[in-house]
Ligand binder design. Structure first.
Ligand code: PLP
Length: 297
């Protein structure tokens, strides 16, 4: 660290390893379970958690390959788009954000923030967006914006998964299970690949419908490490209606968790994971004595 509080390798100050804290909650201890929170949400305010872990090696690759421009994809409320916009600002890349669906004016807070960080936005209709990784769609984008380093939606590629694989080795207590929320599944793919011993990873899907995540996690592990691990599973029971949907029950859970622990859970991801985890603990899914690490991104 130099006097500005920044380490020599990055132009931003990131809090790593992220803090680990034990949770005291009667719903957990009454089942003989120990629960720790891995506070990845505290890594950096604008590039938090798995977003930093997934971008770290992508930024290095973009630089190594001589790119000055990043192009990426996301929905209008995407945390990933915001994070890429911020990363571009701090690391000196131009950024292009390809947004799913039509433009809506005025821009929402996420997109306003992204534009404020210098991101140029463009929009793809939903049918074209679904084909965003196909060569003709990518060619049309680079034709328009010039050559770019392309970061897939959610940072889900080999460098992104390798960044997430560094998380488990930061945990300095013994644990049996590590849990995280799953959007694209890249965080789960990395965490599972980075686990040692007999520990297992469990992801809670926040999207509804289809078991596409199992295949996606395997594909991401192959891309990152040329191998697939068998030490993980996805729980599909707690999407609360689907991505970015919420219910009064989920809202009440968030309010109660904040009152108990002073932590406001992100409702798109982490609240669904924590609700699911406590529900599984309540129904006896984990043997007494199990130590669980829950990742807050
Ligand atoms: C992006 C994000 C996730 C999902 O991560 P994936 O690697 O896409 O599964 C989880 N939690 C938070 C807070 C996020 O911003």
């Amino acid at each position: 660290m130099d006097a500005s509080g920044r380490d020599g390798e990055t132009p931003i100050a990131v809090v790593l390893p992220s803090p680990l804290s034990e949770v005291h909650d009667d719903r957990v201890q009454s089942h003989g379970i120990r629960l720790y929170l891995k506070r990845d949400d505290l890594i950096h305010q604008e590039i938090p958690g798995n977003k930093w872990r997934k971008l770290k090696y992508n930024l290095a690759a973009a630089k190594d390959q001589g790119h000055s421009r990043l192009l990426t994809f996301g929905g209008a409320y995407s945390n990933h788009l915001r994070a890429v916009a911020a990363a571009g600002h701090y690391f000196g890349f131009e950024t292009i954000g390809v947004v799913r669906g039509e433009e809506h004016q005025p821009l929402n807070d996420s997109l306003t923030y992204a534009v404020g960080q210098g991101m140029r936005l463009t929009y793809l209709d939903r049918a074209t967006y679904r084909r965003k990784s196909e060569p003709d769609v990518l060619a049309a984008l680079t034709e328009r914006f010039g050559s770019c380093y392309v970061v897939p939606e959610g940072g889900g590629n080999g460098p992104g998964v390798r960044g997430c694989a560094e998380l488990p080795s930061e945990v300095d207590v013994d644990f049996d299970v590590i849990v995280c929320a799953c959007g694209t599944g890249s965080t789960l793919a990395g965490i599972a690949a980075g686990l040692g011993g007999t520990a297992r990873a469990l992801g809670f899907a926040v999207l509804k419908g289809g078991r596409f995540l199992d295949e996606e996690v395997r594909r991401l592990q192959r891309e990152a490490f040329d191998r697939v691990t068998e030490n993980w599973a996805v729980d599909y029971e707690f999407p609360f209606g689907g991505y970015a949907k919420r219910t009064p029950e989920l809202d009440a859970f968030i309010t109660d968790f904040q009152a108990r622990h002073g932590i406001m859970l992100d409702w798109v991801y982490e609240a669904k994971m924590m609700y699911g985890l406590l529900d599984r603990i309540a129904s006896g899914a984990f043997a007494p004595g199990t130590a669980i690490v829950a990742v807050l991104s």
